[in-house]
Ligand binder design. Structure first.
Ligand code: MG
Length: 382
């Protein structure tokens, strides 16, 4: 079983922030939420370690994002915080990834490479080749050595280990009073080989205000503001009912059967609008068991759906409705249908199309047993 320990203990001092930097927002979302979410679907659970005073705020942030995590208080040092996290792992946890909460841009590939390496050899630590030439200096800033850059790596997190190994390394470090800047160094002291895996240059540790700007630039683009929706509906043709299509009462010997006025074209359109917004379908919003909707004009229902979209800061930008009927001839009524729809959607007429087709006498539409309608629409969400 895999767990991630996410460290969210840092203050905001180098960030110049008035609070724990993991609570700062990056494009509207707290850093810690982004960090924890990176592990979702990859591990079986997350233990989040943070300062006691930050627990309520951190808990509120991750709960609002509906992320299942165990939150434990941190210790006096990074190492002590990791130890607290290790102590909070469930007994059947065999593998662990230790991650800086301030590295919220970590990607699935980096995490997976660490995990694969741990499964192969017990360790897997994200790192990238050094780009700068690194100098070693003495206390007076005089260079004492220039290590060969090809042999240097900048180490990131996650750092992954089998749980037994990392626990053993922490116990040994505690007993010897050794304080490391990362977990790998504790394992190295045991004489156990630590294997590095490829990290990512975008996997930066948010430390200064400039890092926030860089992270903003690295974030993947938001979803486009446009959404597309599709709807389909069928109603049976019967005697003794009006034939209502896009709000127009079309003279005919048969009409459509339904709980409402059975305006199959508007039903398809409404389903397209609800579908684009992932709001279900009209059956969910206007159940045919509800007496309020008996015989109701579907134009009224369309107004409800338009209002629902407005509540979600969304509006239709164009739509196309196809009515499939063998009879009657619908062409003379199409201009009025377009006007009705355009008025309800508050659109210019040239953004609303209604068309009709027959099925060359094939299928239920061709046999005049029923009429079907299809609709697509584009929606802009602010
Ligand atoms: Mg219907």
């Amino acid at each position: 079983m895999w767990y991630a320990i996410v460290l969210a203990g840092g203050s905001g001092s180098r960030m110049g922030a008035d609070r724990n930097k993991v609570l700062l927002e990056l494009r509207g979302e707290p850093v810690i939420v982004r960090s924890v979410r990176a592990f979702q679907g990859l591990v079986d659970g997350v233990v989040l370690v943070t300062r006691g005073e930050d627990i309520p705020a951190v808990r509120a942030a991750v709960e609002s994002a509906r992320l299942p995590v165990t939150i434990v208080p941190g210790g006096d040092s990074r190492q002590a915080s990791v130890w607290n996290g290790l102590c909070a792992l469930p007994s059947d946890c065999t593998h662990v990834l230790i991650h800086d909460g301030a590295r919220c841009l970590v990607d699935g590939g980096t995490i997976r490479r660490c995990m694969t390496s741990v499964e192969e050899c017990g360790t897997g630590v994200a790192a990238i080749p050094a780009i700068d030439t690194i100098k070693q200096v003495d206390e007076t800033n005089i260079v004492t050595a220039t290590p060969d850059r090809a042999t240097l790596r900048a180490v990131q997190t996650p750092q992954g280990f089998t749980v037994d190994l990392i626990r053993r390394a922490h116990v040994a470090a505690m007993q010897e009073g050794f304080l490391g800047t990362d977990d790998a160094s504790l394992v190295e002291r045991l004489g156990v080989p630590v294997r590095l895996t490829l990290g990512d240059r975008r996997n930066i540790k948010l430390t200064t205000p400039e890092d926030m700007l860089m992270a903003e630039a690295f974030l993947p683009a938001d979803f486009p503001a446009l959404r597309i929706g599709q709807g389909y509906d069928v109603h049976r043709l019967v005697e003794g009912r009006d034939l209502i299509l896009c709000g127009v009462n079309v003279p005919h010997t048969l009409g459509l059967l339904g709980h409402s006025d059975a305006d199959v074209a508007l039903h398809a359109l409404m389903d397209a609008m609800l579908g684009a917004m992932a709001l279900g379908d009209i059956g969910k919003h206007f159940p045919d068991t509800d007496e309020r909707y008996r015989g109701i004009s579907s134009m009224k229902l369309l107004e409800h759906v338009v209002a629902l979209l407005e509540e979600n800061h969304a509006r239709v930008t164009n739509c196309d409705v196809t009515i499939v009927a063998q009879k009657p001839k619908l062409l003379p009524y199409i201009p009025q249908m377009r006007e009705n729809v355009a008025a309800a959607l508050q659109l210019p007429i040239d953004r609303v199309n209604v068309k009709a087709t027959t099925t060359e006498r094939l299928a239920f539409e061709g046999r005049e047993e029923g009429i079907s309608a299809q609709a697509v629409c584009m929606i802009h969400q602010q």
